[in-house]
Design a protein around this ligand. Structure first.
Ligand code: PMP
Length: 293
């Protein structure tokens, strides 16, 4: 594997950054997780835009333009002969001193890794997940706003640990008011009376790119989509529930806090969206090898 670091490609064993990089010392940086399907990068512009929005929110200057970043992502795919894969794009504050003052960091570090995707077991998609709400709440939007896809993922990691220790694969995080925000690395949807509902961004949900694609697909089917505040009761009494994320795609949820959702099987709306999403991802995106797709 060849890894992009600050404009150069390094073999995996040589792909290293300084221990004084504030991405490591303080989780000071932003990132994106992106997928490539069939020789194309899915929703690349949306991921690049969100990366720059996250950076803007933390006053991190990315040392290259969005157009250069786009080309660097595509070139990293080419260097690794990727047609289907997972791309991790990381921009840290860069190398600084041991103090946390970010102004001592001269230049942001840009890292792009393009490799194979570690998929969830097929069973998750066929049978659906059992998930729980956990004690760790989503960050307040006046702290590190959950809309910022920052390198500081401890909040999600703590929630994930709580879910795994309870024998579940995924955690639902509530916000400080007790409304549903999202899962540790995925957005959450419910289906009720033929309408799709997902928490509003103000509840502490990431502006998920899969979330938006799924909302668009649902509207194209003529289904209503809304973004109300959801309580645990709203989850327990939903007809269907599923999670969305770039890596996970669409995963059905069949049990929440011990309550069976719907009839305990992935529902028809979820299944239809999974099929539509699969078709869309395999047939759109930024060509990695122009002229060859
Ligand atoms: N929420 C969180 C906390 C995430 O880390 C992710 C994964 N990026 C998502 C939601 C899903 O976002 P997307 O569909 O853009 O991958």
């Amino acid at each position: 594997m060849k890894v992009y670091i600050n404009g150069r490609f390094y073999r995996e064993a040589e792909a290293k950054i300084s221990v004084f990089d504030h991405g490591l010392l303080y989780g000071d940086g932003v990132f994106e997780g992106i997928r490539a399907y069939n020789g194309r990068v899915f929703q690349l512009k949306e991921h690049i835009d969100r990366l720059y929005a996250s950076a803007r929110a933390i006053l991190l200057e990315i040392p290259m333009s969005p157009a250069e970043m786009t080309e660097a992502v595509l070139e990293t795919c080419r260097q690794n002969r990727i047609r289907d894969g997972y791309i991790r794009l990381v921009v840290t504050r860069g190398v600084g001193t041991l103090g946390l003052n970010p102004y001592n960091c001269k230049r942001g570090s840009v890292i792009i890794i393009a490799g194979r995707i570690q998929l969830y077991p097929e069973e998750f998609y066929e049978k659906g997940l059992s998930i729980i709400t956990v004690p760790t709440t989503r960050n307040l939007h006046n702290a590190v706003n959950p809309a910022i896809k920052s390198l500081n993922y401890l909040n999600s990691i703590l929630a994930k640990i709580e879910a795994i220790n309870a024998g579940c694969e995924e955690a639902v995080m509530l916000n400080a008011e007790g409304y549903v925000a999202e899962c540790t690395g995925d957005n959450l949807f419910v289906v009720r009376d033929g309408e799709l509902q997902t928490p509003p961004l103000s509840a502490g949900a990431l502006r998920g790119i899969t979330r938006r694609v799924v909302m668009d697909l649902a509207r194209e089917q003529g289904w209503r989509v809304s973004e109300p505040n959801l309580t645990r009761y709203d989850l327990f009494t939903a007809d269907e529930c599923f999670l969305t994320g770039t890596a996970a795609e669409i995963v059905p949820v069949v049990k929440i806090d011990g309550r069976i959702i719907g009839n305990g099987q992935p529902g028809p709306v979820t299944r239809k969206l999974m099929e539509l999403y699969r078709t869309l991802t395999r047939n759109s995106g930024e060509p990695i090898y122009p002229g060859r797709v």
